[in-house]
Write a protein that binds this ligand. Structure first.
Ligand SMILES: Cc1cc2nc3c(=O)[nH]c(=O)nc-3n(C[C@H](O)[C@H](O)[C@H](O)COP(=O)(O)O)c2cc1C
Length: 224
């Protein structure tokens, strides 16, 4: 049975972060799907509309592991520190994490100085959205997992979720020789729904990955 988001004091907190600049896209749906099946206290944060710059290498964090740059990272950092597990939803842009997500991950530099690793042992789930389906060779999954490892986090699951290429919606895609519509279908009179990758709730495999990941977290977390 689908559970709603909960707030329960004294038990594990699971944080889901969608790194997409689109608030209601596939990344948001996938992260929410995992959270919906998790036991314990869950919190969802979307990076859409947030202002998070990359690390500016000011070293203002080296004495107390607190980033001194005043932007939306501050609130997210607090929740990351409070969480027992973090689900990262990361859109694939050019086969690397999108800029917004990358900025967030870079800023986690502040958590790891002089023997302190403030995210150490927290569980991590990495899901990446995009039209590429080569999970084994996904650079995005590898890069994000590397950030987790650098923070001594424990990545317990990583997987891809299908999303469309912008070429399918830009309205020029059917005649654009450089775009994915023509690459996959040749020149077409119109882009028909069967050419589009399915929305998240029409992807049974992706939904099942999200749910089994939640079950995994439910099994592991109480034993921590
Ligand atoms: C600038 C840009 C570059 C992209 N590059 C890739 C890519 O190299 N590979 C891929 O699979 N998807 C690529 N995409 C598609 C995105 O991964 C897809 O739109 C996104 O995951 C959808 O997530 P959302 O619905 O949460 O926004 C790109 C999208 C944009 C905007």
């Amino acid at each position: 049975m689908r559970r709603s988001h909960k707030k329960c004091e004294g038990i594990d907190m699971i944080l889901g972060i969608s790194g997409s600049p689109r608030p209601h896209g596939i990344t948001a749906s996938a992260v929410k799907e995992v959270l919906a099946e998790c036991d314990g206290d869950t919190k969802y944060i979307s990076l859409a509309g947030k202002h998070i710059g990359g690390c500016i290498s000011c070293l203002g964090c080296i004495t107390d592991n607190r980033c001194i740059v005043n932007d939306d990272f501050q609130v997210i950092a607090k929740e990351m520190l409070r969480a027992d597990a973090i689900i990262f939803g990361i859109p694939n842009y050019y086969d690397v994490p999108n800029g917004l997500s990358h900025c967030l991950l870079e800023r986690c530099f502040c958590f790891r100085h002089r023997g302190a690793f403030l995210l150490q042992d927290k569980l991590a789930v990495v899901l990446s959205t995009g039209y590429s389906s080569d999970e084994k060779n996904s650079q995005v999954l590898k890069i994000v997992e590397h950030f987790m490892t650098m923070n001594k986090m424990n990545t317990v699951a990583k997987f891809l979720v299908g999303a469309y290429s912008q070429c399918y919606r830009c309205t020029y895609g059917r005649t654009c020789a450089d775009g994915n519509v023509v690459k996959n279908n040749g020149f077409v009179a119109e882009v028909t729904p069967d050419m589009l990758p399915p929305e998240f709730d029409k992807q049974p495999e992706s939904m099942s990955k999200c749910r089994s990941t939640a079950e995994l977290l439910n099994r592991i977390l109480p034993k921590k």
